[in-house]
Design a binder for this molecule. Sequence first.
Ligand SMILES: CC(C)(COP(=O)(O)OP(=O)(O)OC[C@H]1O[C@@H](n2cnc3c(N)ncnc32)[C@H](O)[C@@H]1OP(=O)(O)O)[C@@H](O)C(=O)NCCC(=O)NCCS
Length: 213
Amino acid sequence: MPEAPRVVIVGAGGHAKVIIEALQAAGFPPPLGLVDPHPPGPLVLGVPVLGGDERLEALRAEGAVAAVVALGGNGLRLRVGNKLAALGYALPAVIHPAAQVSPSAFVAEGAVIMARACLGPDARIGRLAIVNTNAVVEHDNVLGEAAHVAPGCALAGNVTVGDRALVGAGSAVRPGITIGADAVIGAGSAVVRDVPAGIRVGGAPARPLAERG
Ligand SMILES: CC(C)(COP(=O)(O)OP(=O)(O)OC[C@H]1O[C@@H](n2cnc3c(N)ncnc32)[C@H](O)[C@@H]1OP(=O)(O)O)[C@@H](O)C(=O)NCCC(=O)NCCS
């Protein structure tokens, strides 16, 4: 297997901390640094902040070959991932060694699988998707591009999560459910019916939430 590259991390918030520790646990060499227009300080968990996103082109020219997008917003993560790909960055998948990944599961580029996540047989995790800490994504699930299954979720078999959809922390999803693109499932929900694209639902059973005025 080729040696893992030193990566540039885009984003310096809380999600970046989890990414830094997952990279370290997964045996990546120390990251080159982080880029963020509004970093919390000069270092995040000891990793230097290199500047804002405008640095990405120069860093690539200076020899950086790979990047990880550490941004929680699904649409933003996808846009930034596409920009990085256009600049020629590789987007390695990051799989924490404490995750349990079926040998038949597929994890696309740029996706991150956090500690204690579980991917069942034939699960397909889309490009730039997140399966967060302690989430169960059972057999035959399909997660779209930049989808996010938040910590502690339990997705039963044959669930489909559309592009950029968020399944909020601690939610449970019944077998065979389809969650549409850009849908948001509120934290702690029980999803027992398909969720149309772009809709926010919450509760047990999950029902549409009032839109903010
Ligand atoms: C669903 C969610 C996006 C709504 O956030 P919001 O737009 O700020 O909405 P508000 O907090 O103003 O709540 C709007 C209404 O929805 C209800 N609501 C909010 N979240 C809910 C949830 N998870 N389940 C049930 N009802 C919920 C509120 O009680 C409120 O109802 P009311 O108007 O009758 O009082 C948010 O509450 C949520 O659950 N996000 C998931 C976060 C998450 O897990 N992220 C992963 C990070 S790793």
